[in-house]
Ligand binder design. Structure first.
Ligand code: NAP
Length: 306
């Protein structure tokens, strides 16, 4: 059987795309690799997805799944190994054989890189976060650190500085990688301070984060600092290795505003593509645009064949 559309990834982008695609009448299949679907499932409370004042990340993803199921979306658990084009078809090779489709939406997401320090995993969602837009409001009037010196770190330090009492940017070197404009804005903020040549060694707490152990990279001196929140920005890794389309230097898939990639009939949506904001709502929005464009693509192809 040849599918009209295969969507790789069953997170917010993939399932939003699938709900729209099924409603457009496309014969659609969603492929999902993991048991825990989407980064959102590893997030704590979500307070910025309209329609839900506050909802747990797992519960929100469950609602997406229920909705998709009710719409008639079929999800299969498969590991995608590669994609190749053969005339009008895209061949998806998976761990349990090949699948054929006219169009493809890649919605495989991205994962924040981990520092790998003790306490990071244990306190994720309990004071450790990778997203100020998502979790910043939980730290109103509290003291937080931001680890990293890139664009994401400084952008989110600025967001946090409007919420938290104090923000300390912990960076392993003595200069930032972020753009000059962001640096200037951060340096001008009275409640942002910088701890240069400093690495985070450990995160300590009980039911929530209480303190961090920091180390000066030049002197080797270590010290403990009481803290309420740790925001980590040491890079982001998109899950895009299996697909050969144009990507930026960091591996994010380049798309236009129609979510089209450099390969005709292949679209990308959500965190795996180049975008300025990676949120559930932007992923969902990308997904429905990609579904509409896939529908247009398949319709034009079938019309031509008639
Ligand atoms: P990034 O530019 O790779 O920066 C990562 C930061 O983390 C660097 O400062 C790096 O330190 C530090 N770091 C890496 N590994 C570390 C470790 N093990 N321990 C301590 N520190 C570590 O990542 P990003 O900020 O996520 O940005 C990724 C890309 O997205 C960039 O192209 C950026 O411009 C783009 N972006 C764009 C926007 C926007 O347009 N609005 C927003 C965010 C990001 P060093 O500096 O010492 O290497």
């Amino acid at each position: 059987m040849v599918y009209d559309l295969i969507i790789i990834g069953g997170g917010p982008a993939g399932l939003s795309a699938a709900i729209y695609a099924v409603r457009y009448g496309l014969n659609t299949l969603v492929l999902e690799k993991g048991f825990v679907i989407g980064q959102i499932s590893t997030t704590g409370e979500v307070e910025n997805y309209p329609g839900f004042i506050s909802i747990n990340g797992i519960d929100l993803m469950e609602k997406f799944s229920e909705h998709a199921k009710a719409a008639g979306v079929v999800v299969e658990s498969r590991d995608v190994l590669g994609v190749r084009s053969e005339s009008d078809l895209k061949i998806i090779s998976t761990d349990v054989g090949d699948l054929e489709t006219f169009t493809l939406i890649i919605a495989t997401g991205a994962n924040p890189k981990k520092l790998g320090v003790p306490g990071e995993e244990e306190f994720r969602g309990k004071g450790v976060s990778y997203c100020a837009t998502c979790d910043g409001p939980f730290f109103k009037g509290r003291n937080v650190i931001v680890v990293g010196g890139g664009e994401s770190a400084i952008e989110d330090a600025l967001i946090l500085s409007d919420l938290a009492a104090s923000v300390c940017v912990v960076h392993r070197r003595d200069e930032l990688r972020a753009s000059k404009m962001l640096q200037d804005r951060a340096f001008a903020k009275p409640n942002i301070e910088f701890s240069w040549n400093t690495e985070l060694e450990e995160i300590i707490g009980d039911s929530i984060v209480r303190e961090v152990v920091l180390r000066n990279t030049e002197s080797g001196e270590t010290w403990t600092s009481p803290i309420d929140g740790v925001f980590i920005y040491v890079g982001v890794e998109p899950n895009t290795e299996f697909i050969d389309v144009d990507k930026n230097d960091y591996g994010f898939i380049v798309t236009n505003e129609k979510m089209a990639t450099s390969e005709a009939g292949i679209f990308a949506a959500g965190d795996c593509r180049t975008s300025i904001l990676r949120q559930v709502i932007t992923a969902a929005s990308d997904g429905v645009i990609a579904a509409f464009e896939a529908y247009e693509y398949v319709s034009a192809m079938k019309h031509k064949a008639e």
